[in-house]
Design a binder for this molecule. Structure first.
Ligand code: PRP
Ligand code: URA
Length: 208
């Protein structure tokens, strides 16, 4: 299921990211902030449950120590996903972090995998992050890699999506909820999202 996170604070920050004049440092900061804001939406259905332990407050009172009802694993798709994962993790101090290494072959537009390392936890909920969902190939392959390793509860966090790519991910993995800040118009003939924001990895890391 697709969730478009509709929030004016996010919309204005994303609009600034789209501007070709926005430099790498501002681009990274905005992506970090949007990722934190989106994390609140992605996990708003989770529950804070008692751990069985108590904590004491400075007034001498005792209250239940709480935890989330899932153990969150945040998995950025290298490279550009790294630009989102810090903002997500800042909201989730107990989250574990995995990594998937993958890049799009510029001619065929198909993803090439080069790395996968995922933490083992009980009762996991995996959040895959990548700012761009273009043809959908990278997201589909990343989720497939994660499922092959036994994880079943998976969500996808993107900044900008193309309708074509979103449709493909929904068809390939109907069990995965997709959260994006904007559903853009379409892909151009070289697989870039329009209007989009250009090459997210290059803008984050200054490799233009
Ligand atoms: C970009 C982006 C996604 C992928 C999206 O990564 O960060 O991973 O393309 O395209 P798709 O939906 O058509 O698969 P890229 O391959 O440019 O690698 P990078 O993160 O190293 O820049
Ligand atoms: N990857 C990007 O970084 N940007 C796009 O528009 C498409 C894929």
């Amino acid at each position: 299921m697709l969730h478009i996170v509709d929030n004016p604070l996010i919309a204005v920050k994303l609009n600034y990211m789209r501007d070709e004049k926005t430099n790498s440092k501002d681009f990274r900061t905005l992506l970090d902030e949007i990722s934190s804001l989106m994390t609140l939406e992605v996990f708003k259905d989770l529950k804070a449950v008692p751990t069985g332990e108590k904590i004491k407050t400075p007034t001498g009172s005792e209250v239940d120590k709480l935890k989330l009802n899932y153990n969150i694993i945040v998995v950025p798709i290298l490279r550009a996903g790294i630009g989102m994962s810090n903002g997500v993790i800042n909201m989730l101090p107990t989250a574990k972090i995995g990594h998937i290494g993958m890049y799009r072959d510029e001619k065929t537009l198909t993803p090439v995998e080069y790395f996968c390392k995922l933490p083992k936890v009980e009762n996991p909920l995996v959040l895959v992050c990548d700012p761009m969902l273009a043809t959908g190939g990278s997201a589909i392959d990343a989720v497939t890699m994660i499922k092959k390793r036994g994880y079943t509860n998976i969500r996808l966090l993107n900044l900008v999506g193309a309708p074509e790519g979103v449709k493909k991910v929904e068809e390939a993995h109907p069990d995965v909820d997709i959260y994006i800040a904007a559903l853009d118009e379409r892909l151009n003939d070289v697989g870039y999202i329009l209007p989009g924001l250009g090459d997210a990895g290059d803008r984050i890391f200054g490799t233009l």
